[in-house]
Every structure is written in structure tokens, then in C-alpha cells.
Design a protein around this ligand. Sequence first.
Ligand code: NAD
Ligand code: WQD
Length: 334
Amino acid sequence: MSILVTGGCGFIGSHACVVLLDAGYDVVVLDNLCNSTREVVERVAQICGRAPIFVEGDIRDAILLESLFSEYEISAVMHFAGLKAVGESVAQPEKYYDNNVGGSRVLFAEMQAAEVKTLVFSSSATVYGDPASVPIAEDFPRSATNPYGDTKLQVEDILEGLYQQDSGWCIARLRYFNPVGAHTSGLIGEDPDGIPNNLMPFISQTAAGIRPVLSIFGGDYDTPDGTGVRDYIHVVDLVAGHLAALEYLDKNQQLLTVNLGTGQGVSVLEMVHAYERANQCNVPYQIVNRRPGDIAECWADTRLANQILGWQAIRTLDDMCRDTWRWQQSRKSK
Ligand code: NAD
Ligand code: WQD
């Protein structure tokens, strides 16, 4: 039996391939390479000693999906394929609804037709909008502050509808906080095109001298040092949470909604200093205006994941910083 990993060449999907292959699953990757390269498949094979099957294609292609489900014995799907740049989603909302919502609809319809009803979906802490308090529990109200976030809300709702119509579905909606880090091999990691939107790749590129200075968006938040606070989680811990969810769904038919975070808030300045300390490097920074749409603080209540999945993040901030730097350094020799 194989697991279909949509978006398996991307940052999180590639690490999921590693954890699945290492756990003994066969893996079929479907990726249209709009934000990744096929080289990732070889790198995953280098790490695991065996390769996933790679199919270049789009989740919106119903005919391709139908043939995939008939050709391979797929028992479950991990669905990572999607666009994720918040700013771009504001500029081009239709592109995001078409890809993330439209694509998911096609995928779920083909799963239903093929009687493959076990799904792990990449949701996001963005569905909590601007939370009234922290830590954030799964029953907090949801809201979207941008089209990207709205696509996650919509797909969560579609999944709820599927489960209500047919309780044969086994679905995990995993709400990620801020995934960072890279595999310890330095072979796979996050490789953003152009200027990074997210903090960690920006810090790395600044430390590497690719960017002259990190702009810290806001030094006047109501947080201990005035900079934004987030729950950064190592991507290897994150994908271990996916494996735990898959194994849970194997025994329990239900619709599960779980936060994947560490439960610890870390400020931008703390992250910069942790990075410098861990890697003996220098990250020049300047404090600038707040970024529109940003919230002051966000971290997870992780009790449900601990209780239900028996999972918790174990990697430290130091691990996140060291592994990101090793990956960044390996990009030089690309
Ligand atoms: P990524 O861009 O690195 O990976 C996504 C992959 O999906 C890419 O390889 C891309 O080529 C592929 N893809 C996109 N649209 C596709 C389509 N229509 N058909 C086939 N392949 C397609 O992103 P990531 O950081 O690995 O994120 C994976 C998932 O997790 C996304 O759904 C994202 O929204 C969600 N998520 C990410 C974060 C984060 O901060 N990275 C946080 C919360 C949720
Ligand atoms: C983290 C902190 C910034 C860049 C985004 C999406 C969210 C989710 C994860 C997918 C904030 C500050 C950042 C920089 C900075 N993705 N920052 N200078 O905004 O928490 O979440 O990615 O679901 O939906 O919104 O992550 O890494 O962009 O920012 O000061 O150059 O770093 O203001 O406080 P964010 P981020």
C-alpha cells in the first residue's frame, strides 16, 4: 500500500516523504513543481536509500488523479499541494481559490470515487485570525485575514461536509504554527524563490550575506521585547506529527482537528539572537514599521496533539537554527 503525497517536492512534503519512507510506507508524489524542483526526489532517495515514485502533474487534473488511483494501491493521501504566499494571495486571490480550494475539491472527488477516504490535510494557524488570547486551542473561533487564510478555512469546511455526508472518511486537519528548520542531512529544506516572505529564510539569507539586513517588522507590539511572537516548530517534528495522525486514523474513523506547534512563543529578536548564537554568525537587523496584517503573538495549545496523537515537538530552537544554517550553507554549492 502506498501513500499519495501531493506537493511532495515542497518544503514540508519532502520531509513527509522521508518520514513515510523511513517508516516503511511506499510513497507516490504528485507535484506540479510550481514551487519546487524534481531534484528533491533524488535527495529524498539519498536520505532514505529508496525513492518515492514521482508523478509531475496538478491536483486539478481529474483524469491524472483517476489514473493514479487506479495504477497504484493508495491507502491514504497527505495533501500538501497548495500556494502559500499571503501577499500574493491578496494580489491574486483567484489564483489561490482556484489552486487551493478548486484543486482540493478535485482531489477529494477523485479520492471518493476511488474509495480512498483517509486524508491528512495541511491546515494552518492562520485560521485563528487574530486570536483573543494565547495559547490557542482548537476550539477557538476561526476567521480569515487574507485570501490564503480563507482558502484554508474553506478546505477545512469542505472536509467537514465530506465527513458529515459519509462517516467512512478518516480525516486529520492539522493546523501548523510556524514550520522552520531542515533535515539534518542538509539535503532538503525550504528554498524560496526570490525575496523570502518568512522570517527564518530571511534570517538565513542575511547571515549568508545574500541580503544586507533583516527588517524586523515592528518593535512596538505588546510583547516582552516589542517584536512579534510566534510558535516556531521544526519541520522534522511537524512531519512526525503527520505520521502520528496517519497511524491514529488507521485505528479511528473520524474528523480530527489538531494544532501542531511547540506551545512556546519566541520573539523575532529572540530568534535572531538564537540564530547568531547557534551558528556563530552575524545577522544585521533594523526595526521598521509593522507589516500590515501581522498579529502580535501566536502560539499553540498543544494538549490535544499530546493526548490524542501521543506526539510532541522535541527539537529545540538551537536545532532549528543549526539545521536551517546547514541547509543554507549547502545552497552555496548548488
Ligand atoms: P511549498 O510551496 O514548499 O510546497 C507546496 C508544494 O505543492 C510545492 O512543491 C508546489 O510545487 C506544489 N503544488 C502547489 N500547487 C500544486 C498543484 N495545484 N498541483 C500539484 N502540486 C502543487 O509549501 P510548504 O511550506 O511545504 O507548505 C505545504 C502545505 O502546508 C501548503 O498547503 C501550505 O499552505 C501549508 N502550510 C504551510 C506553512 C508554512 O509556513 N510553510 C504553514 C501552514 C500551512
Ligand atoms: C514571523 C514573524 C513577522 C519576516 C506566515 C503566514 C501563515 C503561515 C506561516 C502558512 C512575524 C516577522 C518576518 C521579516 C520580520 N503560513 N518578520 N521580518 O507571519 O507568522 O505566518 O507563515 O500557513 O499563514 O502568515 O510568519 O515568518 O512571515 O513572520 O520581522 O522579514 O517574523 O512580522 O512577527 P507569520 P513569518
